[in-house]
Design a protein around this ligand. Structure first.
Ligand code: ISC
Length: 406
């Protein structure tokens, strides 16, 4: 960690595999409905310009773009960053990639700084406002039946007494959530358990999550898992999400396996229903065009794990009922290489760093500011109080990472 720069670190790490990078060899800022196709065209064009020397030959070797795309068409900014230096590890092999003339400065070790005292305040949508939005969504769903599911979220602001060091968050998240994907792209930092889409050659994979319980005193993890599997409300929330992914991924595939029954994954803060989807891409595809990873990500985003069912109505209702800008929370986040491989997660359990330090406060540099997000799938029989509690449980990973809870 000390060898990574305190500012501008890029990360995609799970267990002992992943990529970290720094510096900026190229960057694309893009927004709007066409953000995926613009990003796809930009990356493919850029890849034609690179002359690559790669003696390792694993996915993630050679030039890589880290990407984080906005949840909504409007507003929201998306970004792709090609670092100057990338350190990778996969299947026990480690490598380093440098882009440019190879003269990127080696980093001087810099100690990782804790952020001091953390204080919280309401974001654009307070917990009370969130409860009201959920209650309103439930009322509409019961009265009109227009929506089957909607995912509503809210935010929370955290201020730190000392400057914010992204590496501190990354270290704590990766230590406590090793099975999640710990990411950082342009100030969006988190540890998400949900894999939107991975492409390795002709193989694709996704892990759809929806349906949640969280630890309660006196209940073992086995009891909670059994409760989750037996809950009709959670099963319906999950089925919408799994179906939304499968329906939109299937046209790209010659073969797609979607298990009939979800399984349960256990994290420290929550348990989720999960469906692991696997597919093989068609070699040529007249319906979809070339199955580039970004094209497929555009097709499947937003799944009903973060949008709802039907998708377009749910996205409109999210805008109205949340009344806040999600930014890149709940959008696709991940990386792509020049051979078409890559991994995208859904940016959950994350925070947007709004300032690493406030200039001119006291004698020093003052503290930082981050905006945390969490949301829940709402169906007609959702209970607003329980959804508020569920969102609180989903905020824990970032809160505890900030606070340095061991
Ligand atoms: C929208 C979030 O979680 C999604 C992913 C897993 C389970 C979910 C749920 O049970 O509501 C959500 O669909 C979030 O963490 O902010």
């Amino acid at each position: 960690m000390e060898l990574l720069p305190a500012d501008g670190v890029l990360s995609w790490v799970r267990d002992s595999s992943g990529l970290v990078g720094w510096g900026c060899a190229a960057r694309l800022d893009v927004s709007g409905r066409d953000r995926f196709s613009q990003a796809d065209a930009w990356w493919r064009e850029l890849c034609h310009q690179f002359e690559v020397e790669d003696s390792v030959g694993l996915p993630g070797c050679g030039p890589v773009a880290f990407a984080s795309l906005a949840f909504a068409d409007e507003p929201g900014d998306s970004v792709l960053i090609v670092p100057e230096v990338i350190i990778g590890q996969r299947d026990g092999v480690r490598w380093i990639t440098t882009i440019g003339d190879g003269s990127a400065e080696p980093q001087q070790p810099e100690p990782v700084h804790p952020p001091g005292t953390v204080s919280y305040s309401d974001g654009q949508l307070s917990a009370t406002g969130y409860r009201q939005s959920v209650a309103e969504a439930v009322r509409r769903m019961r009265e009109t039946g227009d929506l089957d599911k909607i995912v509503l979220s809210h935010d929370l602001l955290a201020s730190t007494s000392e400057p914010l060091d992204t590496r501190y968050l990354l270290h704590n998240l990766a230590a406590r959530y090793p099975t999640c994907w710990t990411f950082a792209v342009d100030g969006l930092v988190g540890a998400t358990p949900e894999l939107l889409l991975e492409r390795m050659g002709y193989e694709v994979r996704s892990r759809v999550l929806a349906g949640t319980v969280w630890p309660r005193g006196g209940h073992t993890a086995e009891q909670l898992a059994a409760e989750l599997l037996a809950s009709a409300k959670n099963r319906s929330e999950h089925a919408y999400a799994a179906e939304s992914l499968a329906v939109r991924l299937r046209p790209f595939c010659s073969d797609l396996t979607v298990p009939d029954e979800p399984e349960v994954i256990r994290l420290r803060n929550v348990l989720h229903l999960a469906t692991n989807v696997e597919g093989k891409l068609s070699e040529s595809n007249a319906t979809t065009g070339p199955a580039t990873l970004l094209r497929m990500v555009a097709a499947v985003h937003p799944t009903a794990a973060v949008g709802g069912t039907p998708t377009d109505d749910a996205v409109l209702a999210i805008d109205e009922l949340e009344g806040m800008d999600r930014g890149r929370y709940a959008g696709p986040v991940g990386w792509l290489d020049g051979s078409g491989n890559g991994e995208f997660a859904i940016a959950l359990r994350c925070a947007q760093v709004e300032a690493t330090a406030t200039p001119g406060v006291g004698a020093g540099r003052g503290g930082g500011k981050v905006r945390l997000f969490a949301g829940c799938g709402i169906v007609p029989d959702s209970d607003p109080d329980l959804e508020v509690a569920e969102a609180e449980a989903k905020l824990l990973p970032i809160r505890e990472a900030l606070e340095g809870v061991r």
